[in-house]
Structure formats: structure tokens, C-alpha cells
Ligand binder design. Structure first.
Ligand code: FMN
Length: 211
């Protein structure tokens, strides 16, 4: 039977969306293997151009690779800080932009730009839609994680070539994200960048126009 999503579910969904956070502070206790598998299975429900399902998830198990990624991100963060507008430099230096050392699960997500799955439908006209599809899979995983009380942190302060070489992935795979996953230290309803006075959410009406 087709499920009916009533007002109670709609309220819960709105709460879930409002409480989805990008998390950088994690408890270190491990996640159950079954939970991670369930989340990856849920991510597979995402839409994709031509049903090409171009997402490739690489679970990083090696402590050395994890530390290499964290150190690399730290260096990139420092590099970006050096060219940051002067009035923002000290606020920027105080931000925490990844939890790769603490999060119990670290996942690199790639887009397989050359996958033949889906007969290349859509890829000739807008090849970038493959990457969009991967982002949707990440968002699906993000919400599913939050629904289980877990936090996800998207790390993009890395040089994609460095990550691909370190993880030795196929040449056609393009890095989309590094994801930290685990129990958030303190769940919050306001984005961390807003709480730290860096950038608040805008009024949605400012983002909508008519022609
Ligand atoms: C494509 C993308 C890249 C991001 N990269 C980073 C990052 O490298 N480090 C970080 O701390 N947060 C990163 N974020 C998280 C954003 O800072 C966060 O989504 C935003 O501040 C709003 O907060 P919220 O997700 O808690 O609502 C990224 C988010 C997206 C969608």
C-alpha cells in the first residue's frame, strides 16, 4: 500500500530539516557496523541522472590515511587563512572546519564521471549532473543520519588530487566530499557558523525572485 504522509510526519520532517547540522565536534564512540551499512543503503535511494548512480563511497579505515587527510586539511585551512580579508582573519582562525581526527567514521565520496550505468543518458548534455547526483546521495545520507541522532560533517578544505592519490582511486573518479560521521558532541538547531558569528542564514525571501 502506498504510504500516506500525514501532518505529524510533515512536522517531524520539518524538524529533521531544521535540526540537520554540519557537525565538526564528535563523540569518539564507534558506530555500529549495521548503522553505517543502513545509511549507505539509504543513500542509494537518491535520484541520479539517467539512474547512473555515480556515487562511490570509500570508507577510510587506515589510521595513517585519516591522519594524512586531517593534516592536509589543516594545512589547506592555514593557507586559506593567510589570504583571508584581514578583518576576518582572527575569527576564521577560531573556526573548527573538520572533525576528521575525532569522528568514528570517515568516508570519501567520489563521482564516477565515466560510468556506463544508465547508458550515459543526460551525461552528454550536462555532464555535471553526475556530480549533482552524488551531492543528492550525500544529502540523503545526511538526513538519514540525523534521523538516527547522528551528525555528519562535510569537509571540502582539501585538494582533490591529493585525496585521490592518497586513497588510490580510479582516475575517472572525482572527489565530491569527505564526510565525517558520528554522534554529535552537542546537537544544535543553529548552524555552527551562525553561532560563532561568521555567517547567519539569510531570509529565504531574499533568495527568490520572479521574472
Ligand atoms: C559543499 C559543502 C562544503 C562544505 N565544506 C565544509 C568544510 O570544509 N568545513 C566545514 O566545517 N563545513 C563545511 N560545510 C558545511 C557548511 O559550513 C554548513 O553547511 C553551513 O555553515 C550551514 O550549516 P548547517 O549545515 O549546520 O546548516 C560544507 C557544506 C557544503 C554543502
Amino acid at each position: 500500500m502506498t504510504p500516506q504522509f500525514g501532518p505529524e510526519f510533515q512536522r517531524d520532517l520539518a524538524e529533521l530539516l531544521a535540526w540537520r547540522r554540519d557537525v565538526r565536534h564528535f563523540r569518539s564512540d564507534p558506530l555500529e557496523e549495521g548503522v553505517v551499512a543502513e545509511l549507505l543503503e539509504t543513500a542509494q535511494l537518491a535520484p541520479s541522472v539517467g539512474n547512473s548512480q555515480p556515487w562511490r563511497f570509500v570508507r577510510i579505515r587506515s589510521a595513517q590515511q585519516r591522519e594524512a587527510l586531517a593534516a592536509h586539511a589543516d594545512a589547506e585551512i592555514a593557507r586559506a587563512g593567510a589570504v583571508m580579508a584581514e578583518d576576518r582573519r582572527s575569527a576564521y582562525a577560531a573556526l573548527k572546519l573538520h572533525g576528521m581526527r575525532e569522528a568514528p567514521e570517515l568516508i570519501a565520496v567520489f563521482c564516477d564521471d565515466e560510468t556506463p550505468i544508465g547508458g550515459r543518458l543526460g551525461a552528454a548534455t550536462m555532464p555535471e549532473t553526475r556530480g549533482f547526483s552524488v551531492v543528492l546521495a550525500i544529502h540523503t545520507l545526511w538526513l538519514a543520519a540525523r534521523a538516527r541522532g547522528l551528525g555528519l560533517g562535510w569537509v571540502s578544505v582539501v585538494e582533490p588530487g591529493y585525496v585521490s592519490t592518497l586513497l588510490d582511486v580510479p582516475q575517472d573518479w572525482r572527489l565530491i566530499a569527505l564526510l565525517c560521521l558520528g554522534h554529535p558532541l552537542e546537537p544544535d538547531h543553529v548552524p555552527e557558523l551562525e553561532r560563532r558569528g561568521w555567517q547567519a542564514r539569510l531570509d529565504w525571501r531574499a533568495q527568490v525572485s520572479e521574472r
